[in-house]
Write a protein that binds this ligand. Structure first.
Ligand code: IMP
Ligand code: MG
Length: 176
């Protein structure tokens, strides 16, 4: 699959993704029964993951969306922008952050620090992908669908300069 100026090959199939999301959904329902969790989805990348995950949640829950961006092209810019769009009162709420991918872990660390200031009842993360880099520095999340290496991936919401979000499977960049 050629996207912009790079070749990508299939990495995680749609069926694997869907099976794993069903498992995570079930787990979350068990863990959060009667807690009315609030899912906070980090746009843009997590929109497809969140849409699929939320349909496996059959307990009382709510969902809202925020935006945060630190990425252009294939390299993290190292600068985390401000959090925008938080419209729900999260004090004393059970919060589950929904993220597409944790790479260096910087965005997630910022997000957790920002949200802690509002004194939520609890604060956990569900991420579709976690890269080696952040695993190596000891970052751990309650729910991770797949742990992967540090290669660049696209599809299923993840983009390469805004391309590839629409792919049903996850693709990995091919070395030239
Ligand atoms: P971090 O702050 O380095 O953890 O970067 C997190 C953000 O960078 C994610 O929310 C993604 O939007 C983006 N990102 C990191 N790795 C990839 C990738 O392999 N493909 C597409 N986007 C990525
Ligand atoms: Mg993202």
């Amino acid at each position: 699959m050629f996207v912009k100026d790079r070749n990508f090959k299939i990495f995680i199939h749609e069926s694997q993704i869907q099976n794993r999301i069903a498992e995570l959904g079930k787990q979350i329902c068990t863990d959060y029964a009667d807690k009315n969790p609030l899912f906070i989805v980090i746009l843009n990348g997590a929109f497809i993951f969140a849409a699929d995950l939320i349909r496996h949640i059959d307990i009382d829950s709510e969902i809202t969306f925020v935006k945060y961006s630190s990425y252009e092209g294939m390299e993290s810019t190292g600068v985390v922008d401000e959090l925008i769009g938080l419209d729900a009162d999260i004090r004393e709420r059970h919060i589950i952050i929904v993220e597409d991918i944790v790479d260096s872990g910087m965005t997630m660390r910022e997000m957790l620090d920002d949200l802690k200031k509002y004194s939520p009842a609890s604060l956990e993360v569900v991420t579709l992908l976690q890269k080696e880099k952040s695993i190596a520095i000891g970052q751990k999340f309650q729910y991770t669908a797949f742990q992967i290496g540090d290669e660049f991936v696209i599809g299923y919401g993840l983009d390469y300069d805004q391309k590839g979000r629409n792919f049903k499977d996850i693709y990995i960049v091919e070395n030239e």
